[in-house]
Design a protein around this ligand. Sequence first.
Ligand SMILES: Nc1ncnc2c1ncn2[C@@H]1O[C@H](COP(=O)(O)OP(=O)(O)OP(=O)(O)O)[C@@H](O)[C@H]1O
Length: 277
Amino acid sequence: MTAFPASAPAAAATPQAGPAADGDAAPQAARAPLLAVRQLGKRFGGLQAVSDVTLELHAGIVTTLIGPNGAGKTTLFNLITGHLTPTSGDVLYEGKSIAGQSPWRIARSGVGRTFQDLRLFSRMSVEENVLTAMEHSAWLWQPGGRAARRTRAERVAQILEMTHLSALADARAIDLAYAERKFLSIARLIASDARIWLLDEPASGLDPRSYDRFVGLLRSQVAQGVTVCIIEHNLDVVSNVSDRVAFLDQGRLLAEGTPREVLDDPRLASIYFGETA
Ligand SMILES: Nc1ncnc2c1ncn2[C@@H]1O[C@H](COP(=O)(O)OP(=O)(O)OP(=O)(O)O)[C@@H](O)[C@H]1O
């Protein structure tokens, strides 16, 4: 019988703040979801990349999407964020359909994401990168002026402090170490005031110290009400940071449950590691 290991080989020590206990998530799960994916499908020519997926993200809950390469995880993110239009099904945010809306509109409504390739403004400074993320969500209602500029500058300084990037405020994004660029992408999410964070492999490539820093930041943001969905191959994130785990394979949602329920399922382990049962 094959089982998932307790943690990925390169995983860092378990963070200080643990996940909500399995039972803690239950009362929240009974409430209306903040975001709901309903029978979602996406076909690329002859390939059904996402097939009939139904999944709910609840306020303040960390859900991790796992599954083998090509399972449809990133495609699912792209369907939620408007970077792809579904072939079938719907995406509801606060009970209203957002499927097919532009990425810009969906982001402005509070659904933020990071990308594997981070997508920073590489020639801009760290501070400017954060500021531009803020202005994206604020320009409609903040006409400018000295007071507004001062408020924005204070908020940028606060976000840089939270993400431990203050000392790098003037550095160009392109000159940052990989881990710092990852923190900058999260700083931009915080600046956008997104209520839901979709994080594409946020822990990959992080050294143990940066990993602990990432988990601490994530936990503090979740405690402040952010809802998180993570695509992650790092099983330490799956078992120690997530409240819920959703397992995708060949576009289908095979299982959804607590980390233990999913990680202890030998059938899923053999699919994940490409072994025969
Ligand atoms: N724009 C596209 N056009 C055609 N096929 C695509 C497109 N995007 C993704 N696919 C295919 O859809 C399937 C799902 O891909 P996806 O990137 O969503 O998987 P994934 O679970 O995120 O994989 P990984 O863990 O390797 O990132 C794959 O077979 C992929 O080749």
